[in-house]
Ligand binder design. Structure first.
Ligand code: HEM
Length: 399
C-alpha cells in the first residue's frame, strides 16, 4: 500500500495508519477490528493510506459531521476522491439541490407505498428457502442473501422478472469481482439494462418506481434521461449489496447464538426488534464526506478538500449509547445506531430493507428452527471498504 505524505496541518500524534479496505486489524472480523482501532487510535485521526484521509470513530463527532452538510459535503462518495466522480442522485448531492430530489423520491419509499411488496417479498423468501429443504448444508450468500434483494429490487424498479437470473449474474459480477476493470464492465452492462428499461417505461408506464419517477412533476418539468439513469443506478448501488450484507451478518449471528435464536423463534412478533438489534450490533457501511472549508473538529484543523471517513459501525457499539453494546438483546430498552445513516441523507430504502430482513428471519426460523455455522469449513475473510461484508457463509442445516 502506497502511503501518502502527511500534510502540514495534521499533528504527528493524530497519524495512525489504517487501510479501511484491507487492514490486518479487520482481517478476521470487521467489528472486532474496528473496536480495537477505536481503542488504539484517537477519536479523529489521519491515515496516510488511500491518498491520505481522516477517520472518525467517536459517535458525537460522526453525528455532527453527518448533520452539517455545509461543512461536510457528499459530493465525493469514494476515498480517494475522483475528479470525474459521477453525480449519484440524491446521495452525492448537497442542500439545497439534494432536498429537491429527496422530496420527489421520498413518497415512493414510505411504508404505506411499499406495503404491497410484502406479498412478493414473502413469495421470494419462501421460494428460496424451499430450494434448501432437505439439504444438509448451504452457502447462505449464494443461496439466499445475494438473490433475495435482487428479485425484490427487480419488482420494485420494474425489471422484467423473466430476466431474473441474467440480472443476478450481472449484479454478482459487479459486487463480487475483485478486479476493478471487470467491475466497471459489469457496471456498464447494468447501465445498458437500465437504459433499455427507462426507454421501455417512457413508452409504456407500469406500476413501478421508475414509471412513477418518469411521470412525476419535478420543479414544473419532467426528469430528464440523465437524471433517471443517475437515480436508477444509485438505487441499484444502494439497495442490493447492503441488504445482502445485513442478511449475512444477521443469519451468522442467529447461527452462533442459540438462545437469541430460540427467543426469536418463540416470539416471531419481535422480528422488527431483532432487525434493529442486529443492524445495531453489525452496522457495516462506512460513510465518506469531503470538507468544504477550513474548520476545526475534535481538536484538529481540517482543510477544505480533506476527505473524512465516518465509522458508523462504532455508533451502535458505543457503550454510552447502548450499554453492554456487544450483547445482542431482543429486549433492549433503547437502541441507538446509524446503520441507515443520520441527517439529511438517512436511507430512503430503510422500510423496504427492514421488510426484507424481517421476512427472512421469520421464515428462516420457521423452516430451520436450529442450524449452525458449518465447522468443517474455514470461515471466509471478511471484506472491508465502503460496504463491509462477509463474502461466504457456510451453514449446516438440520436434516
Ligand atoms: C440493510 C440495508 C441498507 C442499509 C444498511 C442502508 C444504508 C444506507 C446509509 C448508511 C445511507 C446514508 C448514506 C450517506 O449518508 O451518505 C443510505 C442512503 C440511501 N439508501 Fe440505503 N441502505 C440499505 C438499503 C437500501 C435499499 C433497499 C434502498 C432502495 C431500494 C436504499 C436506498 C438508499 C438511498 C436512495 C439513499 C440515499 C438517500 C439520500 O441521499 O437522501 N437503501 N443507505
Amino acid at each position: 500500500m502506497v502511503m501518502a505524505e502527511v500534510p502540514a496541518h495534521v499533528p504527528a500524534d493524530r497519524v495512525f495508519p489504517f487501510d479501511y479496505h484491507n487492514d490486518p486489524l479487520i482481517a478476521e472480523d470487521v467489528h472486532d477490528g474496528l473496536l480495537k482501532l477505536r481503542q488504539a487510535a484517537p477519536p479523529i485521526f489521519w491515515t496516510p493510506t488511500h491518498g491520505g484521509h481522516w477517520i472518525v470513530s467517536d459517535s458525537d463527532l460522526i453525528s455532527s459531521i453527518l448533520k452539517t452538510p455545509a461543512l461536510f459535503s457528499s459530493k465525493q462518495l469514494q476515498i480517494p476522491p475522483r475528479e470525474d466522480a459521477p453525480r449519484m442522485i440524491p446521495e452525492s448531492l448537497d442542500p439545497p439541490e439534494h432536498l429537491l430530489y429527496r422530496h420527489l423520491m421520498m413518497e415512493y419509499f414510505e411504508k404505506s407505498r411499499i406495503a404491497h411488496l410484502q406479498e412478493r417479498v414473502s413469495y421470494w423468501t419462501d421460494t428460496l428457502l424451499a430450494d434448501l429443504k432437505g439439504k444438509q448444508d448451504c452457502e447462505f450468500v449464494d443461496a439466499v442473501a445475494s438473490r433475495l434483494p435482487v428479485y425484490v429490487f427487480m419488482e420494485f424498479a420494474g425489471f422484467p422478472l423473466d430476466r431474473a437470473d441474467d440480472f443476478r449474474a450481472l449484479v454478482d459480477g459487479m459486487f463480487r469481482s475483485s478486479d476493478p476493470m471487470q467491475r466497471q464492465q459489469f457496471a456498464m452492462r447494468i447501465m445498458g439494462e437500465l437504459q433499455q428499461l427507462i426507454a421501455a417505461r417512457m413508452a409504456e408506464p407500469k406500476d413501478d418506481i421508475l414509471s412513477k419517477l418518469i411521470e412525476a412533476d419535478f420543479q414544473g418539468r419532467k426528469l430528464n434521461f440523465e437524471e433517471l439513469m443517475s437515480i436508477g443506478f444509485l438505487l441499484f448501488l444502494a439497495g442490493l449489496d447492503t441488504v445482502t450484507n445485513a442478511m449475512t451478518f444477521g443469519i451468522r449471528h442467529l447461527a452462533r447464538d442459540a438462545s437469541f435464536r430460540a427467543k426469536l423463534r418463540n416470539n416471531p412478533d419481535k422480528s422488527p426488534e431483532a432487525v434493529e438489534e442486529l443492524l445495531r450490533r453489525y452496522t457495516f457501511p462506512t460513510l465518506p464526506r469531503q470538507v468544504t472549508e477550513d474548520t476545526e473538529l475534535g481538536g484538529v484543523s481540517l482543510k477544505a478538500g480533506d476527505m473524512v471517513l465516518c465509522l458508523i459501525a462504532l455508533v451502535g457499539l458505543d457503550e454510552k449509547l447502548n450499554p453492554d453494546a456487544l450483547a445482542v438483546d431482543l429486549d433492549r430498552e433503547k437502541r441507538t445506531h446509524f446503520a441507515f445513516g443520520t441527517g439529511g441523507h438517512t436511507c430512503l430504502g430503510r422500510h423496504l430493507a427492514k421488510m426484507e430482513l424481517e421476512t427472512l428471519y421469520r421464515r428462516w426460523l420457521e423452516a430451520f428452527p436450529d442450524f449452525e455455522i458449518d465447522p468443517s469449513r474455514k470461515a471466509a475473510a471478511p471484506r472491508g471498504g465502503a460496504v463491509m461484508g462477509i463474502p461466504e457463509l457456510w451453514l449446516r442445516l438440520p436434516v
